[in-house]
Design a protein around this ligand. Structure first.
Ligand code: EPU
Length: 425
């Protein structure tokens, strides 16, 4: 039975919302557990679809995985299986981050390519180049990345672009290589710092976490550990934008406001009052009284404005006073959802990696289709500011990344429901 979210627009969202661990951290930390034989425990994990899907990938590699609400326990075997098959890999993109750990631990990996994505092409050339420089041979055979290395050795690696996934895979291979690896133009996302912290707890020697230069001194082996996943800054940003768009007042707890500096600064420019919170947990509060003013957004790798937040920026622009220019620099097809927002009356034009949005007072509810996690959440935000009912279909995308999304929206006063019914088209 297909499900959709029924959003009745018009409510002002008010209240407190807790954010748990980041999807884009926990999935990589689960893969990192492959690096050490024994039991690794992760806490503050989000209860989202992608976590059990990643657990299946790890089970296929010989791990025992237990998920108990926010706690994920992974027992990594003495000899993991080095083949990750298409059936489990194809269900989530992040599965590709088992590549680095498998090469490091088994010196061989055959990892099925997860395939295309609705946000644009996602090649693995930088992942493969990095592994080659560490001494592995890699290539694509029968739909799989095949990597093999008798010995991994340290290397100086320059990334063409600070790719999150390439940085993670190369890092996770380099921690068990002989000698020192330097990754230059490395990604600086908070999730990269999180994985570095966990690897350090496991015994890895890493310098420069959070900077563009990561220096890794390889060690012989790592030990399992217990680690608390950092709060999800993208979910935090979703709530921040929801407050601004609905002229609401939301306190977001469980996420480091420092990870959202640019988002919060943009909201201040749009007219919101933003304050940081330290008790009972760290977080921030966004209060918006009038209609948001138009602001421009440019997506860039961290600390730039995250591409994952771009659909929320377009949604904000759609109801803001004035004209906004949103520029997407990370994924070439990440404006696909704009057509769905136009179905709701948004006055938007895309041209290549630019989108010009002339804000209107009120959107108008319509049936719309989510094409990825963030596009789906952005359409829900748009629905909150629309006259009448918006039906957001293909909500399994949203369930992949947002724990308790509907329940949290309801607690904040939104009139939203999850509805099980066959689609009308
Ligand atoms: N790229 C290459 N070659 C490579 C690797 C990347 O050309 O070998 C390009 C990509 O095509 C893209 C750019 O580099 O144009 C950035 O890609 P990156 O590797 O940084 O992204 P990713 O690791 O595939 C992660 C998140 C995405 C998030 C991006 C950017 C996970 C599981 N996914 O993807 O999150 O948008 O970083 O911050 O961590 C989401 O959560 O909805 C999501 C898509």
């Amino acid at each position: 039975m297909s499900e959709h979210f029924r959003v009745q627009g018009g409510a002002r969202l008010v209240g407190e919302v807790s954010v748990v661990g980041a999807k884009n951290s926990v999935l990589k930390l689960m893969a990192a557990a492959l690096l050490a034989e024994g039991t690794t425990t992760l806490t503050n994990c989000p209860e989202i679809l992608d976590v059990p899907l990643m657990a299946d990938v790890l089970r296929g590699l010989g791990c025992a995985v237990d998920i108990d609400h926010d706690k994920v326990t992974i027992v990594s075997p003495p000899k993991p299986n080095h083949r990750a098959d298409f059936a489990s890999m194809s269900k989530l993109r992040a599965s590709v981050c088992v590549l680095g750990p498998l090469v490091a631990r088994c010196r061989k990996a055959v990892v099925a390519l997860p395939g295309g994505d609705a946000i644009g092409s996602r090649p693995l050339d930088m992942h493969q180049n990095g592994l080659r420089q560490l001494g592995a041979t890699t290539g694509i055979e029968h739909g799989c990345v095949v990597a093999e290395a008798e010995n991994l050795h340290g290397a100086q690696i320059w990334l063409d672009f600070p790719s999150v996934g390439a940085t993670e895979n190369i890092l996770m291979a380099a921690v068990l290589a002989d000698g020192t690896t330097v990754i230059d133009n490395a990604a600086r996302e908070p999730e990269i710092i999180d994985i570095c912290v966990m690897l350090q707890q496991m015994g890895a020697k890493i310098e420069g976490a959070g900077t563009s230069t990561l220096t890794v001194h390889g060690v012989q082996s790592l030990q399992p550990t217990e680690h608390r996943v950092i709060g999800d800054r993208i979910v935090g940003a979703t709530w921040a934008l929801a407050a601004a768009m609905t002229r609401g007042d939301i306190t977001v707890l469980g996420v480091d406001p420092g990870h959202l500096n640019l988002v919060l600064e943009k909201l201040r420019s749009a007219g919101a009052e933003v304050t940081t919170v330290t008790e009972p947990q760290q977080g921030f509060r966004v209060v918006m009284d009038g209609r948001p003013k138009a602001v421009d957004f440019v997506t860039l790798p961290y600390p730039g404005f995250a591409t994952d937040n771009q659909p929320f920026a377009v949604a904000l622009a759609a109801v803001a006073e004035g004209t906004s220019m949103i520029t997407e620099n990370v994924f070439e097809a990440r404006f696909r959802f704009v057509e769905e927002m136009m179905r709701m009356g948004a006055d938007a034009r895309t041209d290549g990696h630019h989108c010009v949005v002339r804000g209107i007072e009120k959107l108008s509810g319509a049936p719309v289709w989510a094409s990825d996690i963030r596009a789906g959440a952005g359409l829900v935000l748009a629905g909150l500011c629309a006259e009448g009912v918006t039906e957001v279909w293909d909500v399994f995308h949203i369930d992949r990344g947002y724990p308790q999304f509907i329940e949290n929206l309801q607690r904040l006063g939104a009139d939203v429901q999850r509805v099980s019914a066959p689609p009308e088209r």
